[in-house]
Design a protein around this ligand. Structure first.
Ligand SMILES: [Zn+2]
Length: 390
């Protein structure tokens, strides 16, 4: 019988069954609509904060403090107020919605406790970042967007370096992978990527989500491979190998540096446009703030988030390229096309595997599962051809 990649691909996707496919389609398109709802929520937050003059009041209270401390505190206050006003939306989007699709088993109390830590941390980090941006507006004048893009690249690189050490352990427990065939296989792959054995870890990903995941994060000394306990429970040894091969591909191919570069470029474009659009947006919300006033942060952020949503297709195009390269790396080094396909099919419940071309280009950060499985089957066909006696 002839091996036909198209037929094999269809078989893999159809194995999910019509019900699961319909559910995946509904879930995926709901997540796309959330981009729009998110913008509406942030417009509402901006309007409330601006109209009540909340930041002006806070700023007036801090009158006697130095510029830097006042700017930092005004920014932190905005992030906290904004999180508080949009809390119901946050709970729905990150927890209620996931729960309604049976994709998380996390109790609400645990979610809220972790969410509070996340909000506190991001408010402080966001405050520091925008303190930097406002300092650059003061010092560099009209070229601030260029410098701020550089600051964004620095912030992204620092986050990538420090996340596995300082941030991730707050939300999950990381432990060595227990002795067994999975550990043996992972250590061998870690050697190839020059990641030390004590940085091959397992984490309790099931605490937040039923997603089947593994990842490589960090750079230099902080680099590590981590696999969710969900993958440990639900995957075969070959699937773990194929997925880890993909993740190591991201690491070895240096995709984090590409992402840092892209973030810098997009931040520059975003801040440049925000600079030009700020005055009109401020007028729209009824604010008299200038772009360099920390009291205008809600407006600056709203403009930036509209631009960010519009830039999604460009960003997605770049991340899809990285995903295809990582898949190819896994096929080349691990050479388990069926295991990769099997693992990919398990992710289809939160990424509908057969999107239209428009949906894939506009919204998909990964190529569709159908496309990725098809490439794995093409690879398999090529290997079978090579193995044939001549
Ligand atoms: Zn990937």
């Amino acid at each position: 019988m002839v091996f036909d990649p198209a037929v094999e691909t269809a078989r893999y996707i159809d194995s999910l069954g019509p019900e699961a496919l319909a559910k995946a389609a509904a879930y995926t398109s709901a997540t796309h609509w959330m981009l729009l709802w998110g913008l509406i929520v942030s417009a509402a937050v901006t309007l409330i904060v601006v109209r009540l003059g909340l930041l002006e009041r806070i700023s007036a209270k801090l009158d006697k403090r130095g510029w830097a401390l006042r700017t930092f505190l005004v920014c932190v206050a905005f992030f906290l107020i904004s999180a508080l006003i949009s809390l119901p939306w946050g709970i729905y989007q990150e927890w209620g919605f996931e729960k309604s699709y049976g994709r998380t088993g996390q109790p609400l109390s645990d979610f809220l406790a972790q969410d509070a830590i996340g909000i506190a941390m991001s408010s402080i980090l966001g405050g520091l970042f925008f303190l930097g941006v406002y300092a650059l507006i003061r010092r560099t004048g009209r070229k601030w967007w260029l410098w701020s893009g550089g600051l964004a690249a620095f912030a992204a690189a620092a986050t990538i370096l420090l996340a596995p050490i300082l941030i991730e352990p707050i939300f999950n427990e990381y432990k060595p992978v227990p002795e067994g065939p999975v550990r043996t296989a992972l250590l061998k792959m870690a050697d190839e990527a020059k990641i030390p054995h004590d940085r091959v870890l397992m984490f309790d990903g099931s605490r937040q989500s039923n997603n089947f995941t593994a990842n490589v994060s960090g750079v230099f000394g902080s680099a590590r491979i981590a696999i969710s306990d969900v993958a440990m429970k639900q995957a075969s040894l070959d699937e773990v190998k194929a997925v880890t091969g993909h993740e190591i591909g991201h690491y070895v191919l240096g995709h984090v540096w590409r992402i840092v570069f892209v973030i810098a470029a997009l931040a520059m474009i975003g801040f440049f446009l925000a600079d030009r659009l700020f005055e009109r947006a401020a007028a729209l919300f009824g604010s008299k703030a200038q772009v360099g006033d920390p009291e205008g942060l809600p407006i600056l952020l709203f403009v930036v988030s509209v631009i960010a949503v519009l830039a999604q297709p460009a960003l997605n195009g770049i991340t899809r390229l990285g995903e295809s390269e990582a898949d190819a790396y896994s096929l080349r080094t691990v050479n388990l096309p069926d295991a990769l396909a099997g693992a990919l099919v398990k992710t289809a419940e939160y990424r509908y595997p057969r999107p239209s071309a428009f949906e894939e280009i506009a919204f998909y950060s990964h190529p569709s599962v159908e496309r990725r499985v098809w490439r794995a089957m093409e690879w398999k066909a090529a290997q079978m051809k090579k193995a044939e006696p001549h």
